[in-house]
Ligand binder design. Structure first.
Ligand code: UDP
Ligand code: MG
Length: 322
């Protein structure tokens, strides 16, 4: 049997500061594990620094490294999707961040779990180096998210992990544009194994995922994997309507029985109007979140566009849905 072919897929966006160390550490991992044939696909997500040039130079030095260049910044999820579309015919593909928060030295453990029979391997954080507001945000998201979604996602997992050939094919066949990798990985199923690891601080540079990115990512996760917001709307509608009905009977009885005759209730009226108006606006907002995503999907725009220079090598390929 030929040795298994493993592809490492990594989106990179303005990562010139970490790339030299990433190349060195990946090369060391490849060298220490000669039982597999290795490939690294780095997807440049429209970087504005020398990221693409550095990857191109590395690819010239070592043909196991490959550059896929997107035509602009499409975001982490799209860049990952582009890389995974290029990974076939690998026997297994590793997904990880470029900033070395996911240490490449864990890759052999992921491969070992895969060789032990798992089709999907998730790297599970034993610890996390994030502090302050980011930490609070991540924790709150995972706590809330775990309760809301229809397909349970292990809270301490992120992108880092491995997909076997069948899982990769399943992932690549998914048509949707609003992609949330951990959710889709849970959704495709297959025998799954967990490998614990310590998540490191960023090796160099600044986090490239802005608050806006992370917010969008969190909302995608929530609205793509849960119908609970819609259900909550229905429930609050029922509760408010019943309360209103009970109040109507209560006040009508007071009138009929002559307990209350003077025209009072201005405060009550204002409160109710504002409250119900607010609830309706929230409801419209929730509907809008779903509607916007449906709109994104029906447009069927590709998830990403690969720059022509990189396209010569794999002729005519464009994003899924193109
Ligand atoms: N990234 C990307 N496109 C973007 C933003 C980030 O491809 O628009 C990449 C980035 O280069 C890194 C990974 O996504 O490899 C994770 O980004 P970052 O470390 O900034 O996010 P965090 O660790 O805070 O989730
Ligand atoms: Mg990071």
């Amino acid at each position: 049997m030929p040795p298994p072919a493993i592809a490492v897929v990594t989106p990179v966006f303005n990562e010139e500061a970490v790339l030299p160390e990433l190349f060195a550490r990946l090369t060391a991992v490849f060298a220490a594990n000669p039982g597999c044939t290795w490939r690294a696909i780095l997807v440049d997500d429209g970087s504005r620094d020398r990221t693409a040039d550095l990857v191109r130079a590395q690819a010239a030095r070592d043909p196991r490294f490959e550059l896929v260049e997107l035509s602009r910044n499409f975001g982490f999820q799209s860049a990952l999707t582009a890389g995974l579309a290029r990974a076939a015919p690998a026997d297994a593909v590793i997904t990880m961040d470029a900033d070395l928060q996911d240490p490449p030295e864990v890759i052999p453990d992921l491969v070992a779990a895969w060789r032990g029979g798992a089709e999907v391997v998730r790297a599970v954080r034993r610890s996390r180096q994030e502090t302050g507001l980011r930490r609070v945000g991540f924790d709150a998201f995972h706590a809330l998210f775990g309760k809301l979604i229809d397909y349970p996602i292990e809270p301490n997992t992120g992108t880092f992990g491995l997909l076997g050939r069948d899982a990769l094919a399943a992932f690549n066949s998914l048509p949707e544009n609003n992609r949330f990798f951990p959710g889709l990985r849970a959704w495709i199923g297959f025998q799954t194994a967990d490998v614990p690891y310590d998540r490191k601080a960023r090796a160099a540079g600044e986090p490239q995922q802005t608050f806006h990115h992370l917010m969008r990512y969190a909302l995608d996760g929530l609205f793509s994997f849960s119908r609970l917001p819609l259900r909550l709307l229905t429930f609050s509608g029922i509760i408010i309507a019943n309360t209103g009905f009970a109040a109507a009977i209560f006040y009508a009885m007071r009138r009929i029985l002559g307990i209350e005759t003077a025209p009072t209730g201005y405060t009550t009226l204002v409160t109710l109007v504002l409250f119900i108006g607010g609830v309706q606006l929230i409801g419209i907002g929730v509907l809008g979140e779903y509607l916007g995503r449906i709109y994104d999907e029906v447009k069927r725009r590709p998830n990403y566009i690969v720059k022509p220079a990189a396209r010569h090598r794999a002729a005519g390929e464009r994003g899924p849905g193109a």
